[in-house]
Every structure is written in C-alpha cells, then in structure tokens.
Design a protein around this ligand. Structure first.
Ligand code: 5GP
Ligand code: MN
Ligand code: MN
Length: 337
C-alpha cells in the first residue's frame, strides 16, 4: 500500500482545501463507519471544507442514525462537484459508486481505501489491503500516519465498522490485530454494549414479524452433486410494504438464514424493483461465493458476496444453483412469488 502517497495527498491540501468522502451504495457499517470516522479525523487536522456522501437515496439506515459525524453527510446531489481530494471507502469498484462514480476522475486526487481482494485500483492512490478485516483497519492506520489520535467519536465510528465486518468478532478475519485495534478503540471510553445493541440488536417490531414470515418460507436444498447444501429465502417489496418496513431492515436477514446447520451456502434474494433483486450470499468455507457472485455480475469476499439479479426469484436462484452445480429441485419451490 502506498501510505506515503496517501499521507502526502492529505498533507498537500491547501488551507482552504475541499475534501469529499464517498462510500459504496447501500452503505453498511464499514462503509459509513470508516468514512465518518476518517472524516472526524480530518476535521481534527483542521480540514473544514469537508463533505461525506453516498450514492442512491440519502436515507441513513436506522441502526446508524446515532453515529458520530453524521453532520458531515450531504445528499449525493448536493456533493461538491470539484473537490481537491476525493476519498472513497469500502468500494471494490466504481460500479459500487452509482451516480458518484464519475467523481474520482477529472478533479483533484482520488484516494481509495478498501479491503476487497477484487478491488480494481480505480483511484490515483490505492490503499487496498485484502488481509484487513474491514476498511476501517486501513482508515485507522492512515489516521495514525497522519498524526491524528483517536477520540471517542472517531473510535465509535471505527468500532461500528470493525464489529460489523467481523460479524461481532466472530469471523476468521478476527485476528490478533483486529482485537488490538478494538482495544485501542475501547480505550477512548466508548461503550461496546450500547453500540452493539443499537447496531445489531434493535429493530422495529414490524421487522421482527416480517423476518418471521420470510424465514417461514425458507427452502433447504440438501447436499446434491457438489455436496453443498443451499438454504435460501426471498423478500418482496410487497412484503416490506405489508409490514411497513424500509429495505435496510433486510440487511440483517441473512444472519438467521445462514445459521442453518445443514447448508454450506446461504442466500437471501431481496426485491429492489419490478424484476430486480439484491442477492446476498454467504459460505461457511467450502464454497467461494465471491466466484458465484462474480460469475453473476457482482463481487465480494470468499465467504460473503452479492450481486444484482434480474428476472423472477426462480430465475435468480436457478442461476445460483447452476453456479454452485447444485441441481434445481423445482418441486420444492412455492408457486407464489
Ligand atoms: P451483502 O450481502 O452484505 O449485501 O454483501 C456482502 C458483500 O458482497 C459485500 O461486502 C460486498 O463486497 C459484496 N456485494 C454485495 N452486493 C454486491 C453487488 O451488487 N456487486 C458487487 N460487486 N459486490 C457486492
Ligand atoms: Mn461494505
Ligand atoms: Mn468492508
């Protein structure tokens, strides 16, 4: 990673330098947490012409509405068109930046902070560490190299990012370095119980009922030719409407699904348009789901990946089965979609 170039890009900002922070569409804890934490750090360095934004609807998912640094956010449509420095967080490619994709070329310097192995290196300076558990690991290191010490605000943002991307310190990505970073963050006085409750263990009652309905239609397709069980379910826009819920509540739906002991691979198909679905894939290790996602036009990590599916649920799941070489068991599938 080109730390010296990244440090120089920040240090060389003029006194009235303008900085735009961006992250991937449908921002998760790592995208928002690393972006806002880094933004609070830049503010401590005296950068005050500073905005943060993300593509798509400007709504911040409810679990993240208590994050420090939210005041840095502006809607994508209002983002500075000519910043001196653009810093991009947690996006593996420009395709994850929606209408903001063009912002990395043309004006100023583009700095990319990420941890996806599939990162395409689309910045002028790329700090991409596939061994890092979260983009916030890269962000913390760059803040340290810039001489910014952690405060509770920065730490809370980076902790949200680190704990979401490690599945609350459960995944294999939870290394000694991750716990050491968590210790530095906790040393600022942040309260992990409060933060975890807000981020992971708090959802509207309507979402609890929606989960019940959607989990009730989950399908288990036991180990077939390839020897890998698949568990999957789907949620439609109508499901959301009936329970009066926003789409972000479905981000957590993969967690109860992937608990299924009989399945190596889990999948949630979430409707985003008339014939468009956001697909989440998870693996317990035997299958590289990023290969499946990439083959179907998406990306991600070996154990957590996703793509945008088009057509009907059946068509989308069939494509996954084909990639997994698990024969379709069509008789199992509900008629109602
Ligand atoms: P999730 O299932 O939580 O939405 O996403 C899991 C991982 O898959 C994310 O970290 C992200 O890297 C990747 N991912 C999800 N959806 C897409 C997509 O549509 N395109 C790409 N390139 N990656 C995705
Ligand atoms: Mn992310
Ligand atoms: Mn991440």
């Amino acid at each position: 990673a080109d730390w010296a170039a990244a440090v120089a890009a920040v240090r060389r900002l003029p006194a009235d330098g303008r900085v735009l922070l961006i992250c991937h569409v449908n921002p998760d804890g790592d995208a928002l947490g690393s972006m806002l934490g880094f933004g609070l750090g830049l503010r401590r360095l005296g950068v005050d012409r500073l905005q943060a934004t993300f593509p798509g609807p400007p709504e911040v998912p409810e679990p993240f509405r208590g994050l420090p640094g939210l005041e840095l956010l502006v809607p994508a449509a209002a983002a500075d068109p000519e910043p001196d420095l653009v810093i991009c967080f947690d996006a593996a490619s420009e395709s994850r930046l929606g209408e903001l994709a063009g912002r990395l070329t043309g004006t100023g310097i583009a700095l990319v902070l990420d941890h996806h192995a599939s990162n395409t290196g689309f910045g002028d300076v790329n700090l991409v560490d596939p061994a890092a558990a979260a983009t916030s690991v890269v962000a913390e290191e760059l803040l340290a190299r810039l001489g910014v010490s952690l405060d509770a605000g920065i730490a809370e943002c980076l902790y949200v990012a680190l704990s979401t991307d490690t599945g609350s310190f459960r995944f294999d990505a939870t290394t000694v370095a991750v716990h050491e970073m968590a210790a530095r963050l906790l040393a600022t006085g942040i309260r992990p119980g409060d933060i975890s409750r807000r981020i992971f263990d708090s959802r509207p009652f309507g979402a609890v009922r929606l989960f019940g309905e959607v989990l009730g239609r989950a399908r288990l397709e036991p180990a077939a030719a390839a020897g890998h069980g698949l568990v999957w379910t789907y949620a439609t826009l109508d499901d959301l409407a009936r329970h009066d819920q926003r789409p972000y509540v479905l981000e957590a739906l993969i967690d109860p699904v992937r608990c299924t002991a009989e399945a190596d691979v889990s999948c949630v198909v979430k409707q985003t348009g008339p014939a468009e679905w956001a697909v989440s894939l998870r693996s317990k290790g035997a299958v590289d789901v990023s290969r499946v996602a990439v083959a179907l036009g998406g990306g991600g990590h070996r154990l957590a990946a996703g793509f945008t599916g088009r057509g009907t649920v059946d068509e989308v799941v069939d494509r996954i089965r084909t990639e997994l070489a698990v024969p379709a068991t069509r008789g199992d599938i509900d008629k109602q979609r």
